[in-house]
Design a protein around this ligand. Structure first.
Ligand code: HEC
Length: 116
C-alpha cells in the first residue's frame, strides 16, 4: 500500500523540480552552441580544442587533409569520410549546426587566417 502513495508523491516532486528548473533558465529555447555540440558529438574523437590523442584526428599541429576553408569542413561533417571513423552527420545535425561546428573546429587552428 505504501508504494501506491509514494509513486505519485515522487512524480509530483519530479514535476515541480522540472518546472522550477525550466523557469530559472530562459523561457525561449535556444539553439545549442557550437562548443556544446562539439562536446556532445566530436570531442571523444577530436579531443578538447582539437587536441586529439590520435594525430590523424587532431585539428591542430598537422596539415588539414580535406581543406582549410570552413566550406570544406562543412562537407566533411555532412558527408563523413568513407572508410574512416569520421561518420556523416547529415540528418543528425541541422545545416546551421554543421556550419557552426565547421567554424568552431576551424577556429582551433590558430595558424589559419580568419575567414570573411
Ligand atoms: C568516431 C570518431 C569521430 C567522431 C565522433 C568525429 N570525427 Fe571527425 N574525423 C574522424 C577521423 C578519423 C577523421 C580523419 C578522416 C580522414 O582520414 O580523412 C576525421 C576528420 C574530420 C575532419 C576533416 C579534418 C581534415 O584534416 O581535413 C573534420 C572537419 C571533422 N572530422 C569534423 C568533425 C566534427 C565537427 C565532428 C562532430 C560533429 C566529428 N568530426 C566527429 C573521426 C571522428
Amino acid at each position: 500500500m505504501r508504494q501506491v502513495i509514494l509513486i505519485p508523491a515522487i512524480l509530483a516532486i519530479a514535476v515541480i523540480s522540472a518546472s522550477s528548473a525550466s523557469s530559472a533558465s530562459s523561457p525561449v529555447p535556444q539553439a545549442p552552441n557550437a562548443a556544446t555540440l562539439y562536446r556532445v558529438h566530436c570531442v571523444m574523437c577530436h579531443g578538447p580544442m582539437g587536441k586529439a590523442a590520435i594525430p590523424a584526428m587532431a585539428f591542430i599541429g598537422r596539415q588539414w587533409k580535406h581543406g582549410t576553408k570552413s566550406a570544406d569542413m562543412v562537407k566533411i561533417i555532412t558527408e563523413g569520410v568513407t572508410g574512416t571513423p569520421m561518420m556523416s552527420f547529415k540528418g543528425k545535425l541541422k545545416v546551421d549546426e554543421i556550419k557552426a561546428l565547421a567554424a568552431h573546429v576551424r577556429s582551433f587552428d590558430k595558424t589559419l587566417p580568419p575567414e570573411k
